[in-house]
Design a protein around this ligand. Structure first.
Ligand code: FAD
Length: 466
């Protein structure tokens, strides 16, 4: 007899496992099916391993900088084995944490490939067994996988993606990274600190093209200072073998051929939905992704989808937020997703963090906005830390002073963005941000200073009468 559940979730990443815990706390009997490891891409080959390695980068850069400050160590020696082991230890600790939470909330975890047979049945295909689960409701949380573009020659050379690069055994002498988006620039930062010669090849005219233009420019300038070669407006035409190396043949913006030879090639040009569970369902799609409404319902009643498989932001915290909405709706509580305030972080050194609309996006939407930028060179904590690269920029509504968006570049900004997000979530104004007492010295005073500058300007223009 098949086992019966109120809710069966396919995929144990941040979308699926958070949904499972939430639904269980709502009193549902829940099964979670995971084909690989709990924690999904984020924990096993995404957010967590990259941030663990970026912490090594931070330490390496600090040691190098400390020399200038009269703090000397011996020769810097790097062990990739030990760094990889620390990364694996962090992953294992978090994996067992999730398994513990599943047990605590009585979620049944099945290890195997989940195949959705119908809107109320899911088959689990294990290594040597198959089992059919009866499902009142289903959540699809199968995530995404790296896109491997059909560029000539790619199938005849060896290359890495974000799925494989974390487990390489030797520090590469040189790396070409195809794609200067969030994932590409984080890898560039990691490997440059390990003394690999890094080249980023990006088709758009700037790195991190979805972020504020000034943030992109500052990132590019700082990465260049670290010795990273950056080729923007450059299109990869083909790959060729060059002895032990790979030759990436490109065309630059003037139509000139550029060849980049590297011992390692990383392809990071985006992610595509993992549809391994859904081939038997006739789901309505939105481009390559599963189409959902704001309750995370798919076109098939009682079947929900969340996370990377539905596209959109493709961020772990968004997958989890969508998971909670789907879990609530599947438990009979009406809930809707709200994408109004979604912080986005890039963990390069300097970090970039943003929330809400950039100046360009706000103007494109016809909003009457102005911006104020505070440079971290004028921030005491940044000076004391010896790291003044960065700024805080507020986009605000000219009439009401409401904060529409914030972009921050610099140290600690991925932590600081939550304050700006809270202001936006509560529809806070620049006047309120300027009034709230901030700790001194702190880098986040830059947000406070920018808000104060806006208030002074608006008062001077008699737009703000107090
Ligand atoms: P996933 O995490 O991909 O999980 C899906 C799970 O479903 C997987 O474990 C998979 O094995 C399982 N699965 C798939 N098909 C089946 C099936 N048929 N049966 C059973 N199981 C199945 N996001 C951030 O917010 N911050 C970051 O710093 C960040 N850094 C990143 C760095 C890298 C290098 C990468 C690649 C991604 C990063 N991301 C980051 C993105 C983040 O990892 C994803 O947005 C997030 O993991 C999506 O969660 P998900 O639950 O939708 O899918």
């Amino acid at each position: 007899m098949s086992k019966k559940y109120d809710l069966v979730i396919v995929g144990g990443g941040p979308g699926g496992y958070v949904a499972a815990l939430h639904a269980a706390k709502n009193g549902q009997k829940v099964a979670l099916i995971e084909a690989d490891h709990l924690g999904g891409t984020c924990l096993n080959r995404g957010c967590i391993p990259s941030k663990t390695l970026l912490r090594h980068t931070e330490i390496i850069e600090s040691i190098q900088e400390a020399k200038e400050w009269g703090i000397e160590t011996g020769e810097l020696r790097l062990s990739l084995d030990k760094m990889r082991k620390r990364k694996d230890d962090v992953i294992n600790k978090l994996r067992s944490g999730i398994a513990f939470l599943m047990k605590q909330d009585k979620v049944d975890v099945f290890n195997g490939l989940g195949i959705i047979e119908s809107s109320n049945a899911v088959k689990v295909v294990g290594q040597d067994s198959e089992e059919l689960l009866e499902a009142g409701k289903i959540i699809i949380a199968t995530g995404s996988t790296p896109v491997v573009p059909p560029i000539p020659g790619l199938d005849s050379v060896s290359f890495e993606t974000s799925d494989s690069i974390f487990d390489i055994k030797e520090i590469p002498e040189s790396i070409a990274i195809i794609g200067g988006g969030v994932i590409g620039v984080e890898f560039a930062t990691i490997f440059a600190s390990l003394n690999s010669r890094v080249t980023i090849i990006e088709m758009a005219d700037r790195l991190a093209p979805l972020e504020d233009v000034e943030a992109s420019k500052l990132l590019e300038k700082t990465l260049k200072k670290k010795g990273i070669k950056i080729l923007t407006s450059t299109k990869v035409e083909r790959f060729e073998k060059a002895g032990e190396k790979v030759a990436t043949v490109c065309t630059d913006k003037k139509g000139k051929e550029v060849v980049v030879e590297s011992s390692t090639l990383i392809v990071s040009v985006g992610r595509k939905p993992n549809l391994s569970a859904t081939s038997k369902l006739n789901l309505e799609m939105a481009g390559p992704f599963i189409k959902v409404n704001n309750k995370m319902e798919t076109s098939i009643p009682n079947v929900y989808a969340v996370g990377d498989v539905v596209g959109g932001f493709q961020l772990a915290h968004v997958a989890s937020a969508e998971g909670i909405v789907a879990a609530n709706n599947a438990s009979g509580e009406l809930d809707k997703i709200d994408y109004h305030v979604v912080p986005r972080c890039i963990y390069t050194l300097p970090e970039i963090a943003s929330v809400g609309l950039s100046e360009a996006d706000a103007k494109a939407k016809g909003l009457n906005v102005r911006t104020e930028k505070f440079d971290h060179a004028g921030n005491g904590k940044s000076l004391a830390a010896g790291d003044t690269t960065g700024f805080t920029k507020i986009v605000y509504d000219e009439k009401l002073g409401e904060i529409i968006g914030v972009t921050m570049v610099g140290q600690h900004v991925t932590e600081m963005i939550s304050e700006a997000s809270a202001f936006m979530y509560l529809e806070g104004t620049v006047e309120e941000a300027a009034k709230m007492i901030h700790p001194h010295p702190s880098v986040v005073e830059s947000f406070y200073e920018a808000a104060q500058n806006i208030v002074h300007k608006l008062k001077k223009e008699k737009k703000l009468v107090r």
